[in-house]
Design a protein around this ligand. Structure first.
Ligand code: GDP
Length: 360
């Protein structure tokens, strides 16, 4: 799926850079272009693509300090500058736009829903958000921001592909030490998904097409992406169990949003040398995904790739009723209650205006 990336905020910019670099290294050509947008000048400096500094009149290049309401206001005021940076990048080839943002911060969290709404109005290709959920041990502000932002981006975009930082964290590492590794892991998964519909070799009936990604996400709401890989034997019939096992692992332990296997739709992609992909294994794995997710809309396809390994990607759409999202929203609600108690004398309008409960 040919796509244009917009990295909003610090996390969004860094993850966009990782995605673009993965796509380039692999020679996929699925990423048509990238733009970085932030209220903090320093965070834009390191990005290897065009950047737009917004909100200069409000925060003078110093960022919004985790205030996602200010992040939203600033995006609303300066959206024209962001749109002109996109001009010429969203070509006729583009099949989607991805806004990439950390939902727990200020600029990305507040800006993403505003920009998604605007882009949807202008372009007639899907506008997706690749959203990052804060880890469980990040403070209350991050949880609250992410809860509010998630609810709004789910409404304003065509779908939110959700990534939980905790899903990629290695033990013993602090969150910030681990960010580069987390970004690499996410870039590999999302990068492969984008490239899977771009396969040029071995094009046959079983090869996955970009439209299947779009159809899997068509119902909107929240989506999750699972991934796992294993060594491949040379002959397809020797890989039946391996395919079954990587698809199960992708859903059960390798997903971007743990405990989110209750889905409305799914797409099962098996990547590897065409001769090593067993039809029987793919069919069996697809039936297993139907049972596991409870979805009757499970699509499937191959991604021919020169590799000695087999990999599986499982994209699950409509996971908002899953345990993981529910427990996250519960955490965000608790953080709002705590914040209310702390500021009882002067409850900020932010909490009063917000009804976090109506997402799910
Ligand atoms: P913003 O610049 O105001 O949009 O705020 P940030 O992008 O720093 O958002 C903060 C949230 O993003 C927190 O939940 C962080 O844990 C997370 N975050 C910050 N940097 C990264 C990163 O490089 N990768 C990932 N995966 N998450 C990050």
């Amino acid at each position: 799926m040919k796509t244009v990336l917009i990295g909003l905020g610090q996390a969004g910019g860094k993850l966009t850079a990782a995605l673009q670099s993965f796509d380039e290294r692999m020679g996929f050509g699925a990423v048509l272009g990238a733009v970085g947008v932030n209220t903090a000048k320093a965070d834009l400096k390191q990005l290897p693509f065009e950047t737009v500094l917004i909100g200069q009149d409000r925060v003078n290049g110093h960022g919004v300090g985790g205030d996602n309401e200010l992040g939203a206001e600033v995006m609303q005021a300066d959206k024209t500058e962001v749109l002109s940076a996109l001009d010429g990048r969203v070509t006729a080839e583009a099949e989607s736009i991805f806004i990439v943002a950390g939902l727990g911060g200020g600029s990305g969290s507040g800006g993403a829903p505003v920009l998604a709404k605007e882009l949807q109005r202008i372009y007639n290709i899907p506008v997706y958000v690749l959203g990052i959920l804060p880890g469980e041990d990040e403070g209350a502000m991050y949880q609250v921001n992410a809860g509010r932002s998630l609810k709004t981006v789910a409404r304003e975009s065509d779908a939110v592909l959700l990534v939980d930082n905790d899903a990629f964290r290695s033990s013993g590492e602090s969150m910030s030490e681990g960010f580069d590794a987390i970004n690499e892991a996410i870039a590999r998964r999302v990068g492969l998904l984008l490239a899977s519909g771009e396969a040029t070799e071995g094009v046959g009936e079983s090869v996955v097409d970009s439209s299947e990604v779009i159809n899997t996400l068509r119902a909107g709401g929240i989506a999750a992406l699972g991934y796992a890989s294993a060594e491949a034997a040379p002959k397809a019939e020797e890989n039946i169990n391996a395919v079954m096992s990587i698809v199960r692992r992708a859903v059960l332990t390798g997903t971007s949003l743990p405990d989110a296997s209750n889905a409305d739709s799914a797409l099962v992609v098996v990547a590897g040398k065409p001769d090593s992909i067993p039809r029987k294994g793919v069919e069996r794995a697809r039936r297993w995904v139907e049972e596991e997710t409870g979805s009757l809309q499970v699509r499937g396809g191959d991604f021919p790739l020169e590799s000695n390994r087999l990999a599986s990607l499982v994209l699950m759409g409509g996971v908002e009723r899953s345990d993981r999202v529910e427990s996250f929203m519960e955490r965000a609600r608790e953080a709002i209650d705590e914040a209310k108690n702390e500021t009882r004398e002067d409850p900020s309008e932010m909490w009063q205006n917000d009804k976090i409960d109506d997402l799910i």
